[in-house]
Design a protein around this ligand. Structure first.
Ligand code: TMP
Length: 222
């Protein structure tokens, strides 16, 4: 069973394979909404809470071997803590919550990437008590096109980033298939579009969900 996010706040997630530019776009949207007077909470998974930060370190340590089921449980534990202590309280206060990754990342990375299947979604649904975003921005690109960008940007790759290309391709394919299954929640955008254009596309996509309807005039957000 899924429970829609409370009406007071707006819950928006950003998803995509590693290196796709989610974080940059999320920060841009946050600044735009901030300027327009919205109360914005920017958060991420894994690692938004003190417990989550410890889990993130374990999960991304390239030296650590973690079994697939353990990995799925640790991401779900991070999410449970995140929802309980950050997301739900912020939504109750009427904030616009922008999260860098959420439940779809588990379905794509652990469900499809690791091959754990549908149990992963059930686990996350339980961990979050069914909270799902109103809008999910999926930035899409072929992982092969992002590999070099990722290496340059990060220097060293973490445990997930260092997975093989076919793993990341399974993740991408699953994100796209999730978007096809829920076309009203997902907005799929080409991550290789220039940064300015992409920012405008994202602003226009989220505008109808903001309190006050579409308060930005015909041109949409900047
Ligand atoms: P980040 O680099 O976007 O902060 O995400 C950290 C890594 O964790 C990234 O490679 C995706 C991965 N991940 C999962 O495998 N499952 C999940 O549920 C989440 C939230 C992230």
């Amino acid at each position: 069973m899924t429970v829609p996010a409370p009406a007071q706040g707006v819950f928006i997630s950003f998803e995509g394979v590693d290196g796709v530019g989610k974080t940059t776009q999320l920060q841009r949207l946050s600044r735009t909404l901030d300027r327009l007077g919205y109360r914005v909470v920017v958060t991420r998974e894994p690692g938004a809470t003190p417990l989550g930060a410890a889990l993130r370190e374990l999960l991304l340590d390239p030296e650590r071997a973690i079994s697939d089921r353990t990995e799925a449980l640790l991401y779900a534990a991070d999410r449970a803590d995140h929802v309980e202590t950050v997301i739900r309280p912020a939504l109750h206060q009427g904030s616009v919550v922008l999260t860098d990754r959420y439940i779809d990342s588990s379905v794509a990375y652990q469900g499809a990437g690791r091959g754990l299947g549908a149990a992963v979604r059930r686990l996350s649904a339980w961990a979050t008590d069914g909270l799902i975003p109103q809008v999910t921005i999926l930035l899409d690109a072929d992982p092969a096109a992002l590999a070099e960008r990722l290496r340059v940007a990060r220097g060293t790759l973490d445990r997930m980033e260092s997975e093989r290309l076919d793993f990341h391709r399974r993740v991408r394919a699953e994100f796209l298939s999730l978007a096809r299954a829920e076309p009203t929640r997902f907005v799929v955008l080409d991550a290789l579009t220039d940064e300015e254009t992409l920012a405008r596309q994202i602003s226009s996509a989220v505008a109808p969900y903001l309190p006050g309807g579409f308060p930005f005039g015909g041109g949409g957000l900047r």
